[in-house]
Design a protein around this ligand. Structure first.
Ligand code: WTA
Length: 660
């Protein structure tokens, strides 16, 4: 609660400079309010105007929003377009083929520029290669790749031929990759021999081979491998192909396949409150519109800008603000293979200086860890670099505490650059609640106000609006074009999870708690209200980690909770009961390490518990329900002051309070 309280008591307000207002596309609060009023007045007309202005349609739409099958909404349904055409051909046809699309900086600092013309040729070649391998419109292709030009090429090539991609973050384990390939029904997998991060080569193809061998992947007829390092890999003749060999043999023209606006552009798995991740299905038309529109509004993008989003293509931020949004508007963007701390913690600042980045978008966790590093070593402090090219800064993925906000504002932005604290989700496709840099006065720690056309509100457990100043459940009252269309293969889960009957069945439930300021109406996000943790901006389901732990033959029971963490936002704490007696001393330390490694194998290193506590049992009520509230207090090291009279086994609390 303390972080929330400090935001609520935040009184500092940073109004945009006269220059920022004058330069901006949405110039001043009146312009923002006019757009909101336009959406209120004629909701469909507003979205139709944006969709016509922002995208090139192969066949124009005549329908805008169809609510007849709510909550399975459709947008622009009879329109046809192609996302890759919108991202590439359009700019080349407009005479911008020589504009640099990607400034790729490898882990070792090597820079490769790719123009829009080059990128179109590379995407077309690979699209032809996919077709040659028998990939067809509507097929699902899983992409398990490092941050690379090739990763973006693979995504765009799928879009070009109407195949639906599903990118799996390169840090996920073979088991996680297998589950996703099976669930999505993949016919092909695009991967790399290895990935390079922080000077180390990490195997991807080996993990992919393991995942394929786990079964359920018989439909995967092709594994296409980008050769990144040249490291040794196993090879299955007939199934495995080098990306460069397949592409070399192809023509560099490939006609983009027009698809209906509702055609699934991609499926991206994310964690929810059950043990199994869900495949968030996005559309082509509505999604692409918002990825591009938000870049123009939130980042006030101009053709002269150099945009850099530090996210990975394995997450939604990398989809909307690397693979699609920047390309759809025709931006020049930096793409980075490596990590912010290699070769030292000045890497981000050095790259901003080198590439003259104007718009910089990163996560609060990265900022917090770089604050620490720069306190320890002045050489890596942002003040040691020329960051004068920067115009606008952004954050995403988790709440930013006011202290980190102020540091970012002063030291990175030189007190000159507005910070856009963008609240959104995998499911929303693009920004939802965020300041506009040339309009919104900023309050550190608040994501401020919804974008025009986004009807965000805060309600109580029955779906009734709560007054400003009172916390509640964050919802969106009307469908918007970029919203999730379905949970892949699980329409009931989509309906009950996102449009719960308790709230009336028509409100989109975001899963976050929020409060609006009494006077300004500004939103502050208070974190998840479900069993989802946010560790370094990554969503992790507590149930997923629990299932991974109990899958270990030594474990009888496990409960996982989050604990506030200065750097990663939240940290994973696991309470474990073994089948054998409770371990102590060195044995406990060793077992905890084994279990951490186990979770790394089951899900991926990001899910490893920071802290593991062993007990003979978990704190349960007489009816057998685990009292997570108590576990959360124990995880924080708090004394238990709550009433424990309903607890079956109060003595267990002492055991579970002991850290190793
Ligand atoms: C959290 C990432 C506070 C929130 C784009 C949300 C935030 C979840 C912010 C979605 C923000 C995202 N302030 N919290 N600006 N942005 N979140 O799906 O809890 O990986 O529900 O999408 O991150 O995470 P996801």
């Amino acid at each position: 609660m303390s972080a929330i309280e400090s935001v609520l008591h935040e009184r500092r307000v940073f109004a945009p400079s006269a220059q920022a207002v004058a330069d901006a596309t949405v110039s001043g609060m009146d312009a923002y309010k006019a757009l909101c009023a336009e959406a209120e007045r004629d909701y469909e007309g507003f979205w139709a105007r944006l969709a016509r202005e922002t995208l090139a349609w192969h066949k124009p739409f005549t329908k805008v929003l169809d609510e007849s099958k709510a909550p399975f909404y459709t947008w622009f349904e009879d329109g046809e377009l192609n996302a890759s055409y919108n991202s590439l051909d359009r700019h080349v046809e407009a005479g911008n083929g020589e504009r640099v699309a990607l400034v790729f900086e490898a882990d070792d600092g090597t820079v490769t520029n790719v123009t829009y013309r080059d990128l179109l040729a590379r995407v077309s070649r690979f699209a032809n290669a996919l077709k040659q391998r028998g990939v067809k419109k509507g097929d699902r292709v899983v992409i398990y790749m490092p941050m690379s030009i090739e990763g973006i090429v693979a995504m765009q090539a799928c879009a070009r031929i109407g195949a639906t991609h599903s990118v799996v973050f390169g840090g996920f384990s073979s088991k996680s990759l297998n589950e996703r390939m099976v669930d999505v029904g993949a016919v092909a997998l695009v991967t790399a021999d290895e990935q390079m991060r922080g000077g180390k080569a990490l195997p991807l193809k080996n993990i992919a081979d393991e995942a394929l061998a786990m079964g359920g992947c018989d439909a995967v007829h092709s594994v296409i491998v980008y050769r990144r390092t040249g490291g040794k890999v196993a090879w299955t003749e007939g199934r495995d192909h080098w990306m460069h060999e397949l592409s070399q043999a192809q023509s560099e023209t490939c006609a983009p396949e027009p698809v209906g606006a509702e055609h699934p552009l991609f499926i991206l798995y994310t964690s929810g409150s059950t043990g199994k991740p869900k495949g968030v299905q996005h559309s082509t038309g509505g999604y692409l519109l918002w990825a591009a529109q938000t870049l123009k509004w939130t980042f006030d993008w101009k053709p002269t800008d150099v945009f850099w989003c530090t996210a990975d293509i394995g997450w939604i931020t990398g989809h909307s603000y690397i693979a699609y949004g920047p390309l759809t508007v025709g931006a020049t963007q930096v793409v980075f293979e490596g990590v912010p701390t290699y070769p030292n913690a000045g890497r981000f600042w050095q790259m901003i200086e080198k590439h003259k980045v104007t718009l910089f978008y990163t996560a609060p966790t990265a900022i917090r860890s770089l604050i620490k590093a720069s306190e320890a070593d002045a050489k890596v402090h942002p003040k040691s670099y020329d960051l004068s090219s920067l115009r606008i800064l952004g954050t995403v993925g988790e709440p930013i505490n006011p202290e980190a906000w102020i540091w970012y504002y002063e030291n990175v932005g030189g007190k000159r650059c507005p910070i856009v604290d963008t609240w959104w989700q995998t499911e929303t496709g693009g920004h939802m609640i965020t300041p506009l840099p040339g309009a919104t006065p900023l309050v550190p720690g608040s994501c401020t106000l919804p974008l025009p056309g986004i009807m965000a509100a805060i309600v109580d457990e029955t779906g009734q609006d709560v007054p400003n100043g009172q916390g509640g459940i964050l919802v969106v009252k009307r469908p918007w074009p970029a919203m999730i269309r379905n949970v892949w293969g699980q329409p009931e889960r989509y309906q009950s999870g996102y449009f719960p009957a308790e709230l009336g069945g028509t409100l989109y439930l975001a899963g976050d708690g929020s409060v609006r300021d009494k006077d300004s109406g500004y939103f502050t996000i208070m974190g998840r209200i479900d069993d989802v943790l946010n560790v370094s901006g990554h969503r992790l389901g507590t149930m997923e980690i629990e299932s991974a732990l109990v899958a270990n033959p030594l474990v009888a029971e496990a409960a996982v909770v989050g604990r506030p963490d200065d750097t990663t936002g939240e940290a994973v704490v696991a309470f474990v009961v073994l089948k054998a007696t409770r371990p102590q001393g060195d044995e406990a330390v060793k077992l905890a390490n084994d279990l951490r490694a186990w979770v790394g194998k089951e899900i991926g290193p990001i899910a490893k518990p920071k802290d593991i506590r062993f007990g003979e049992n978990l704190p349960k009520t007489r009816s057998g329900k685990i009292m997570r509230r108590l576990l959360r207090s124990l995880a924080k090291g708090e004394a238990i002051t709550q009433d424990v009279s309903t607890l079956e086994n109060p003595a267990i609390l002492d055991q579970l309070g002991e850290s190793l």
